[in-house]
Design a protein around this ligand. Structure first.
Ligand SMILES: Nc1nc2c(c(=O)[nH]1)N[C@H]1C(S)=C(S)[C@@H](COP(=O)(O)OP(=O)(O)OC[C@H]3O[C@@H](n4cnc5c(=O)[nH]c(N)nc54)[C@H](O)[C@@H]3O)O[C@H]1N2
Ligand SMILES: Nc1nc2c(c(=O)[nH]1)N[C@H]1C(S)=C(S)[C@@H](COP(=O)(O)OP(=O)(O)OC[C@H]3O[C@@H](n4cnc5c(=O)[nH]c(N)nc54)[C@H](O)[C@@H]3O)O[C@H]1N2
Ligand code: SF4
Ligand SMILES: [Mo]
Length: 691
C-alpha cells in the first residue's frame, strides 16, 4: 500500500509525524504515528487515527454558498467561486470606502497550524491596512507568565521526560490533549520507577493514572507553588549557589516566602497542608524533576502570575541543571521564523489598530474600549476558527455576528456555528489536500505536510483564497504570486533552515537546542541572563500595575459568591479538539452529550443524580447540561468538558455563554476556566413532565 508522510495540522503541542494510507487519488485509509520520529514514537490520538471519517465526512462543505434567508436562518444557496469572491471583495471595498480600511477585520486562528495556510491571512491584512488581531485566545497568558521568569520560549527537551525521576504535569491533561507526552512519561515510569504527579482541579484521564493527584481550587496554583518553594528554603533544599549565579533576587524571594507556608496555601487552594508537604518533599529531594506546564492553569484572571510562580520552582532548587529536570511549557522560541513572505512583514503598518480576538463579542457589539478608539467593524474574513462557539461570552458574539451592518465571509470545512451566521461560506481543503509546513510547541521538529490527495468538490486552500482576494483588491505583495510550496521553501531558507526538498527527504528536521541552551546553563533569556523572581512586568504588558512583585497568589479571580457559589472549569474534551471533530460521529458518541461533573456533596445537597438535567448560569447567560457525579475534585467546582457546538445545547447556545471576555492582565487573554456560576437542578421541568 502507498503510505504518505504528513504532519498533524491541529492545534496540539504534539504536532505528530504521520503516516497515511493512500487508497486512491482522493481517498485515505488509516492514519498512524511515525514510529521513527523520536517524539511521536508511533503514537497518535484516536481522533486522528480515524481521520478518514473527517476527511471523507458527508457533511463537508464542497461549494461556495450565499445566504438567502435572514442572518442565522441557515438558508443558503450554492454559487460559483467567482461570484463568492467578487461579493467578498466588493464588501471589503465598500466598507473601506465608507468607514476606512480598519473597518475590515480579517479574523483567524488555529484550525490548521500550517504556517502558510494559517498565517498568510496577515499578508492580505497588512497590505490592505485592515485591522490587526491580538492573539489572546490561547497562549498570551502562558507567554506572559513564562516570559516574566524564564525570558525565552524553550526548555529542557521534552524527550528528557523519559529519563526523569519525577514528572509534574501542572495544569494540563496530556492523556487528552497531547497523548505523546504520555509515551515519554510512561517510559520513565517503567524504566526508572519515576513518579507522576498531576495538579488539576479534577480527576482527568492523566490524574487517574498518576501516582499523586493534587486538586486545587481553580486559580490557586500560585499559592501552591509558593508553599512548595517555602519548604525548599525551610528544609535546606534551596540551591543558594545556583540562585546567586542564575537568579535576580533570591534574598527578596526568601523573605517574601517566609509567610507562604503550606497552612497558608491550604486556606487558598483547599489542599490539606499535609498533602502539600508530601508533594513538596518529593519535589525537593528529586533532582531529575520535570515540570510539564500545561495551558489550563493560565486561563485565569491571574493566569500569567500562576505560570510565573510555577516556573520559579526549579530555579529555587537548581533543578534546571539536571538532565530530565527543569520546566517546560513550549518551544515556540526556537524556530527563528522570518515570515516576511508569508505574512507581509515588509508592508505591515503597526499604527493600524489591533483588536483583541478574545473580545470579538465586545468588538462586534461596538463596546468602545474593545474598538481601541476606532469605529465599528463592518466586514470580516473568518478563516480557520469558529468564534461563535469558542470565543468567550457567546451571547455577545452571536449578537455581533447577527448585526445587519456586518458582512462576514467564513472559509470552513464544515457548516460550523460561525459559518451558519455568515453571508458567504467558502469550502476549505483539509491538510492532506494542500501544501504546508509546521513547527511544534511540545517538541523541536520542523515538518512538511505536502498535498497527498485531491480535495472533494470545489474546496480551495486558505492560500488560494488569499491569492484570489488579493487579485480582486489590488494587493500585489510578491507572496501572493508564489505557490504554497514555494512559500514553504523560501521561508525555511530565509529562516536559516534547509529547504523544502531537504526536509521532505529526511521527513522532519530536529532543531531542539543543545542541552546547554535548553537547560539555560549559559543563562536565561533576559538581557541580564538571570531568571527573574521579580519580573519586569511593564516590559511584558501594559496592564502591569496589578501584577505581584514576587511569585504569589493573585486574588483577582472570579471567586465564588453567594449568588454564584460554584467555580466552572471548561476543560478540553478528549475526543474533540476545540470544536474540531465535533462533526465526527465516533467522537460525539464517545463524548455522549454536554455534561457537568459535580461533586457528590454538592449533588446530594441539590438532590441531583447522574443524568439529571441542570441549568448553569451567571450574569452573562445560561446553559442546560446533564449532571454526572464525580469524585476527585473539591466541592464547589464544576467541570464541563468542551467545546461542544452551540447546536448541541438546548437553547442553541453553548458553554461559552458563561465565560467572560475580560482581558486578563498584563497583556490580555481569555479566562475560560475562571468563571463563577450558579447551578439549579431542573426539577421543575421534571415535575411537569411527570404530571
Ligand atoms: N483532545 C483535545 N486535545 C486538545 C484540545 C482539545 O480541545 N481536545 N485543545 C488543544 C489546544 S487548542 C490546546 S491550547 C491544548 C491545551 O492543552 P492543556 O495544556 O491540557 O490545557 P487546557 O486545555 O487549557 O487545560 C488542561 C487542564 O487544565 C486544568 N485546569 C483548569 N484550571 C486549572 C487551575 O486553576 N489549576 C490547574 N492546576 N489546572 C487547571 C483543566 O482542568 C484541564 O484538565 O490542547 C490541545 N489539544
Ligand atoms: N470553553 C472553552 N472555550 C475554549 C477553550 C476551552 O478550553 N474552553 N479553548 C480555547 C483555545 S485553547 C483555543 S486555541 C480556541 C480554539 O479555537 P479555534 O481555533 O476556533 O478551534 P476550532 O473550534 O477547532 O475551530 C477551528 C476551525 O478551523 C477549521 N479549519 C481547519 N483547518 C482549516 C483550514 O485549513 N482552512 C480553513 N479555512 N479552516 C480550517 C475547522 O473546520 C474548525 O471549524 O478555543 C478556545 N475556546
Ligand atoms: S495527539 Fe495531537 S498532534 Fe498528535 S495526532 Fe492527535 S491531535 Fe494531532
Ligand atoms: Mo489552544
Amino acid at each position: 500500500m502507498n503510505i504518505g508522510h504528513s504532519v498533524c495540522p491541529h492545534d496540539c503541542p504534539s504536532a505528530c509525524a504521520l503516516e497515511v494510507e493512500i487508497l486512491g487519488r482522493d481517498r485515505i485509509g488509516r492514519v498512524r504515528g511515525a514510529a521513527a520520529n523520536s517524539y511521536t514514537a508511533g503514537v497518535v490520538c484516536a481522533k486522528v487515527a480515524r481521520y478518514a471519517d473527517r476527511l471523507h465526512h458527508p457533511d463537508r462543505l464542497t461549494h461556495p454558498l450565499l445566504r438567502t434567508g435572514s442572518k442565522g436562518s441557515g438558508e443558503f444557496k450554492r454559487i460559483g467561486w467567482d461570484e463568492a469572491l467578487d461579493r467578498t471583495a466588493e464588501a471589503f471595498r465598500a466598507a473601506t470606502e465608507a468607514h476606512g480600511s480598519e473597518s475590515v477585520w480579517p479574523y483567524y486562528y488555529a484550525g490548521t497550524m500550517g504556517i502558510v495556510q494559517r498565517d498568510g491571512i496577515h499578508r492580505l491584512r497588512h497590505e490592505m491596512r485592515y485591522s490587526r488581531q491580538g492573539n489572546t485566545i490561547c497562549t498570551s497568558l502562558c507567554e506572559a507568565g513564562w516570559m516574566a521568569g524564564v525570558g525565552r520560549f524553550t526548555g529542557p527537551d521534552p524527550r528528557e521526560m523519559a529519563v526523569s525521576d519525577l514528572i509534574v504535569v501542572w495544569g494540563g491533561n496530556p492523556v487528552a490533549t497531547q497523548v505523546n507526552a504520555m509515551v515519554h512519561i510512561s517510559r520513565a515510569r517503567k524504566e526508572r520507577g519515576a513518579q507522576l504527579v498531576v495538579i488539576d482541579p479534577y480527576r482527568t484521564g492523566t490524574a487517574a493514572v498518576a501516582d499523586m493527584h493534587l486538586a486545587p481550587r481553580p486559580g490557586t496554583d500560585g499559592a501552591l507553588a509558593c508553599a512548595v518553594m517555602h519548604t525548599s528554603f525551610r528544609d535546606g533544599f534551596a540551591d543558594r549557589d545556583y540562585m546567586a549565579k542564575y537568579s535576580d533576587n533570591p534574598a527578596g524571594l526568601e523573605a517574601h516566602l517566609a509567610t507562604r507556608t503550606p497552612e497558608w496555601a491550604e486556606a487558598i487552594t483547599g489542599i490539606p497542608a499535609a498533602r502539600i508537604e508530601t508533594f513538596a518533599a518529593l519535589y525537593n529531594r528529586t533532582d531529575r524533576a520535570y515540570i510539564r506546564a500545561g495551558y489550563g492553569f493560565t486561563r485565569m484572571r491571574n493566569g500569567a502570575a500562576q505560570m510565573h510562580a510555577v516556573s520559579c520552582l526549579p530555579t529555587v532548587s537548581g533543578k534546571w541543571r539536571h538532565e530530565g529536570g527543569g520546566a517546560f511549557w513550549n518551544n515556540r522560541g526556537i524556530y527563528n521564523w522570518n515570515k516576511t513572505l508569508v505574512e507581509g512583514w515588509d508592508v505591515r503598518d503597526t499604527t493600524t489598530r489591533a483588536l483583541d480576538m478574545s473580545r470579538i463579542g465586545s468588538v462586534l457589539t461596538n463596546v468602545p474600549d474593545a474598538l481601541e478608539g476606532g469605529g465599528p467593524v463592518h466586514a470580516m474574513l473568518i478563516q480557520n476558527t469558529n468564534p461563535a462557539a469558542v470565543a468567550p461570552d457567546s451571547n455577545r458574539v452571536r449578537a455581533g455576528l447577527m448585526r445587519e451592518d456586518l458582512f462576514t465571509c467564513v472559509h470552513e470545512q464544515f457548516m460550523t456555528d460561525t459559518a451558519l451566521l455568515a453571508d458567504i461560506v467558502l469550502p476549505a481543503t483539509m491538510f492532506l489536500e494542500h501544501d504546508d509546513f509546521y513547527q511544534a510547541g511540545g517538541h523541536g521538529h520542523i515538518q512538511i505536510g505536502a498535498k497527498l490527495v485531491e480535495p472533494p468538490g470545489e474546496c480551495r486552500s486558505n492560500h488560494e483564497v488569499h491569492q484570489a482576494l488579493a487579485l480582486r483588491l489590488g494587493a500585489t505583495h510578491r507572496g501572493f504570486a508564489m505557490t504554497a510550496m514555494e512559500l514553504v521553501d523560501a521561508t525555511l531558507k530565509l529562516s536559516g533552515w534547509p529547504g523544502a526538498d531537504a526536509i521532505q527527504a529526511e521527513h522532519w528536521h530536529d532543531v531542539q537546542p543543545s542541552f546547554e541552551d535548553s537547560h539555560f546553563l549559559k543563562g536565561f533569556g533576559h538581557p541580564d541572563k538571570k531568571f527573574h523572581f521579580s519580573p519586569d512586568w511593564p516590559r511584558i504588558g501594559p496592564n502591569h500595575a496589578v501584577m505581584p512583585r514576587l511569585p504569589d497568589h493573585m486574588a483577582t479571580i472570579d471567586d465564588a459568591s453567594e449568588e454564584t457559589p460554584f467555580r466552572l472549569v471548561t476543560a478540553p474534551a478528549r475526543q474533540f479538539l476545540n470544536t474540531t471533530f465535533t462533526q465526527s460521529e465516533e467522537s460525539r458518541r464517545r463524548e455522549d452529550r454536554p455534561t457537568a461533573l459535580i461533586h457528590p456533596d454538592d449533588a446530594s445537597k441539590l438532590g441531583l443524580q447522574t443524568g439529571g438535567k441542570i441549568r448553569l448560569g451567571n450574569a452573562r447567560g445560561e446553559v442546560v447540561v446533564h449532571a454526572r457525579i464525580a469524585a476527585g475534585m473539591q466541592p464547589g467546582v464544576i467541570i464541563v468538558e468542551s467545546v461542544w457546538p452551540n447546536t448541541a445545547f438546548e437553547g442553541g447556545i453553548g458553554i461559552n455563554a458563561l465565560t467572560s471576555d475580560d482581558p486578563a492582565p498584563p497583556i490580555g487573554g481569555a479566562v475560560f476556566h475562571d468563571t463563577a456560576i450558579w447551578l439549579r437542578a431542573e426539577v421543575f421541568e421534571v415535575a411537569l413532565a411527570a404530571e
